[in-house]
Design a protein around this ligand. Structure first.
Ligand code: NAD
Length: 312
């Protein structure tokens, strides 16, 4: 039996509804609190839409959408939960207000994981009597499809909380990493920002069309990066000598490329160039049509890679 059988989701917008679908698929019961009048109908519709995809990924064997409940307050939602995912809007006073209301209602062994993209754990811990249950568990949108969760704990986190959170996330199919030193944007968003900065720089410089620069990513390094990270891939880039040989060979090349990378900002003019370029590339397809295509490809990749990753 899994350690944690009942969960709570606080805030069921873009991220919270997706977490709720995944927790349900993984056989947990879920109680949601979200004060928006349409939240219950929206979340149930989201779960119904996500369910066939989760089934295709082989993730619904243990679960049922029927284990979803809605609570009239955050205190009620967390009262019996072993794991709580917080997904309120990215505003510190809102999150502080929530924590002040629920701290006394948390069950003794509960873990409270915040999805925050930009707030630090230290900032979230302000105002608690004892922030031991609180960690950061930052997902990638949508959490029910993309495996990564970036975890942060610190000296004020309770003993065993991080390890139990890792075990819980692993059991529901997530891949977790530990952030040792907080930085704005955590890790994965910084990596995206670094790559996108150069893509934008090259588009503005007229190196190629926006569409071709995107293509250079998905038809090239992007496919390899779905298999392994950039440093491991370069460990394989110079034969048996591994990364040492690769660096010996390409040190000057990379140092000169790094010195040459663009420093760019999203000014009105730059945005205009990008929007015009992507409009041409989309060829009349709407963002929702493109998103459906993206999701179908992500599901296909996940299905293909899932077993290999599990046995690695
Ligand atoms: N959108 C993303 O791509 C993304 C990715 C990773 C992490 N995050 C993080 O996830 C969190 C939620 O982001 P989102 O994009 O889902 O926002 P959102 O605006 O879509 O959803 C927020 C939800 O919280 C509800 N809410 C407001 N006040 C509340 C309260 N007091 N108690 C309970 N619910 C309340 C709102 O009604 C809304 O449904 C943020 O911290 C964000 O940084 C977002």
């Amino acid at each position: 039996m899994p350690d944690i059988t009942h969960t709570a989701v606080l805030g069921a917008g873009v991220i919270g509804a997706s977490w709720a679908a995944l927790f349900l698929a993984a056989g947990r019961s879920v109680t949601v609190f979200d004060p928006a009048p349409a939240a219950e109908a929206r979340t149930r519709a989201y779960v119904d839409t996500a369910w066939p995809t989760l089934t295709e990924l082989g993730l619904t064997g243990r679960g049922t959408p029927g284990a979803l409940r809605f609570a009239g307050s955050a205190e009620e939602a967390v009262a019996e939960a072993g794991f709580i995912q917080e997904n309120l809007p990215e505003r510190l006073p809102l999150k502080h207000d929530l924590f002040a209301r629920i701290e006394a209602a948390l069950p003794p062994a509960a873990i409270l994981s915040s999805s925050t993209s930009g707030l630090t754990l230290e900032a979230l811990q302000q105002g608690w009597r004892n922030p031991a249950p609180l960690i950061l568990g930052h997902p990638f949108n949508p959490p029910h499809l993309i495996p990564l969760v970036e975890l942060t704990a610190n000296a004020a986190t309770g003993p065993g909380i991080l390890e139990r959170a890792e075990a819980f996330y692993a059991d529901i199919g997530k891949v977790t990493i530990r952030i040792r030193k907080g930085m704005p944007g955590h890790i994965a968003n910084r990596l995206q920002a670094a790559v996108w900065r150069e893509a934008v720089h090259m588009a503005v410089e007229g190196v190629a069309s926006v569409g071709d620069i995107d293509k250079a990513m998905w038809a090239g390094p992007g496919l390899r990066w779905a298999a392994m990270g950039p440093t491991m891939l370069f460990n394989l880039g110079a034969g048996d000598g591994g990364l040492q040989a690769f660096c010996d060979h390409f040190r000057d090349t990379f140092n000169s490329w790094w010195d040459d990378l663009g420093q760019i900002h999203l000014t009105d003019e730059v945005i205009e160039t990008l929007v015009a370029g992507i409009r041409q590339e989309a060829g009349g397809q709407s963002p929702s049509e493109l998103a459906a295509r993206r999701d179908a490809m992500i599901v296909a990749l996940q299905r293909a890679l899932g077993d290999m990753r599990r046995s690695a």
